[in-house]
Design a protein around this ligand. Structure first.
Ligand SMILES: NC(=O)C1=CN([C@@H]2O[C@H](COP(=O)(O)OP(=O)(O)OC[C@H]3O[C@@H](n4cnc5c(N)ncnc54)[C@H](O)[C@@H]3O)[C@@H](O)[C@H]2O)[C@@H](O)CC1
Ligand SMILES: [K+]
Length: 504
């Protein structure tokens, strides 16, 4: 598990480390600079004589990190120059102290440096203290760094990237790599910040969980399959691994049902039954012979049969779909995944009564997982799409609260939200997954995990992780251009090592 922190959280943890744990600020800064030095030495020690480093330093402690790095590199024999950007009179105390020390080292600090004469550019303009758009001399400095040739390293956060959202404030440094201190900042994994950050390295500078003092970060991610999948009993039969009911596919939309059913099986469900339009019967049975088939008339008895239910992929918004949704809500209390048109139906004026019922059921303990993309989320919350995109965690949480369930807010960085507690931000996947049917596969994955007895939050978190990971494997085979939803379903679990619970 990897924490993702906001600027405010990071500042609080800095403060706690210094004031409560008693580790002085200059020690933290020194460790930050040492980590950055190690990072550069690993890459450039072999060509030290030819390496010329130019560090752009702002007037805050990020600039202070830059000054400390300049000193360490110079002491180690590197050719180093520092370009100050801002008014040193207004610099922080730690910065001033670093500046004093730097005067004893062979570092060029006049303003005549030309970025194109250096082959390593370090951005130490702003870190988590960035508070407004980058303009004027700061924007000019960012522009100069960006057009320069050579390797580009950002300290803590690329200047201009909002640590909390990944948004560009004015303009931003385009790094090859970012070395970030203490904890990974949210903006380094969210878009577009992640593209500006390049490769992200997290340096331990002595700020750890001990510094939380009861206030752990609100967001986390996973970097590998470290999270646990349901145990598989060797003696289990198909009943052991759960009976999953999938209500999917109106006339002409059999593909959605096939994709979701295949994904549920690939994730480990014992039995999958698909309730779909009569017209889809043949194509469904050819497309996925492993699945049981049922018509909409058989929904009530199938609800009895099932352990878990998903409804939505390709159902459309016609009367039959509305009838099915009504039955699923009114005649069952079993764990339920709601996706696609099931969500759109709930957002409609005449879906409000059903939404109310679900809210009550959620409060009474029914497991409810909603998997809206931003458009569906905006309809459900009666907000605009830009509003939802801008505040995806908050909007996801609002939806989770509304249904007393778990909301999977799908975007390039999908966020899993509970009513309270931390958010999971997913970092697996790629642009190849923005393709028709990809969401149907995710619904199947989550359904498959629920069928095996996983709780709602674990099924949602693991589901989006595995779905994204399958997308990465599919892109290896077909490139991001060529990935189709069926490829994602086929790549599910392909690199999962049951014994190690990590990527092979
Ligand atoms: N507190 C600590 O002990 C540690 C801090 N560290 C470094 O310190 C950084 C945070 O330092 P600070 O809090 O001083 O903040 P920054 O150095 O990120 O920048 C803050 C300064 O920039 C100004 N500023 C913000 N946005 C601006 C804009 N768009 N245009 C012009 N000026 C702008 C602010 O008014 C402030 O003076 C971290 O990112 C990290 O690099 C590290 O040394 C690790 C330990
Ligand atoms: K920076």
């Amino acid at each position: 598990m990897r924490y993702l922190v906001t600027a405010q959280e990071m500042k609080q943890y800095d403060k706690n480390t210094i004031e409560y744990l008693g580790i002085p600020g200059p020690v933290l800064m020194e460790r930050a600079a040492l980590a950055a030095e190690d990072f550069l030495k690993e890459r450039f020690d072999a060509v030290k004589e030819r390496t010329k480093v130019l560090i752009f330093a702002g007037m805050g402690n990020n600039g202070g990190d830059g000054l400390a790095l300049a000193r360490l590199l110079a002491a180690d024999g590197y050719t180093v120059a520092v370009r100050l950007v801002g008014d040193p009179e207004k610099a922080t105390e730690q910065w001033k102290s670093q500046w004093q020390t730097l005067q004893h080292f062979p570092v060029k600090t006049d303003s005549n440096t030309q970025a194109d004469e250096y082959n390593v550019i370090v951005d130490a303009l702003f870190g988590v203290g960035l508070s407004r758009p980058v303009e004027g001399i700061y924007a000019e400095a960012v522009e100069e760094m960006n057009v320069a040739e050579g390797f580009k390293l950002a300290l803590d956060v690329p200047s201009g990237i909002c640590s909390d959202t990944g948004r560009v404030l004015g303009c931003a440094f385009l790094a090859d790599a970012t070395i970030t201190f203490g904890f990974c900042k949210r903006g380094l994994v969210m878009y577009p910040g992640t593209d500006y950050a390049g490769q992200v390295h997290i340096a331990n500078v002595g700020i750890g969980p001990e510094s939380f003092l009861g206030q752990s970060p609100e967001m986390y991610t996973y970097d590998s399959c470290e999270q646990h999948l349901p145990d598989r009993t060797s003696s289990g039969n198909k009943g052991t691994f759960g009976k999953a009911l999938l209500v999917a596919g109106s006339n002409g939309m059999a593909g959605a049902a096939i994709l979701a059913a295949r994904a549920a099986y690939r994730t480990g469900a014992g039995m999958v039954k698909v309730i779909t339009a009569e017209e889809n019967r043949q194509i469904l049975q050819q497309g996925i012979p492993e699945a049981l088939y049922g018509s909409c008339r058989q929904l009530s008895e199938s609800l009895e049969w099932a352990d878990v239910i998903a409804i939505g992929p390709g159902i459309g918004r016609e009367e039959q779909a509305r009838e099915c949704l009504k039955k699923v809500v009114e005649k069952s209390r079993k764990p339920l995944v709601l996706d696609a048109d099931a969500l759109n139906l709930l957002a409609e004026e005449n879906g409000k009564a059903l939404a109310e019922k679900l809210h009550t059921q959620g409060a009474e303990g029914r497991v409810i997982i909603l998997t809206p993309h931003v458009g569906e989320l905006s309809r459900l919350l009666a907000k605009t799409i830009p509003e939802c995109k801008k505040e995806l965690p908050e909007c996801g949480r609002e939806l989770a609260e509304r249904f007393h369930g778990v909301a999977v807010a799908k975007d390039a960085r999908t966020i899993v939200c509970k009513e309270q507690g931390e958010f999971y931000l997913n970092t697996t996947g790629n642009s190849g997954m923005a393709t028709a049917g990809s969401g149907d596969v995710l619904t199947g994955v989550i359904l498959g995990l629920l069928a095996q007895g996983m709780n709602a939050i674990d099924a949602a978190v693991n589901g989006v992780y595995l779905h994204g990971r399958a997308g990465e494997l599919a892109a290896k085979l077909h490139t991001e251009y060529g990935v189709m939803a069926g490829d994602i379903a086929d790549c599910l679990m392909k690199d999962y090592d049951e014994k190690e619970s990590v990527k092979k």
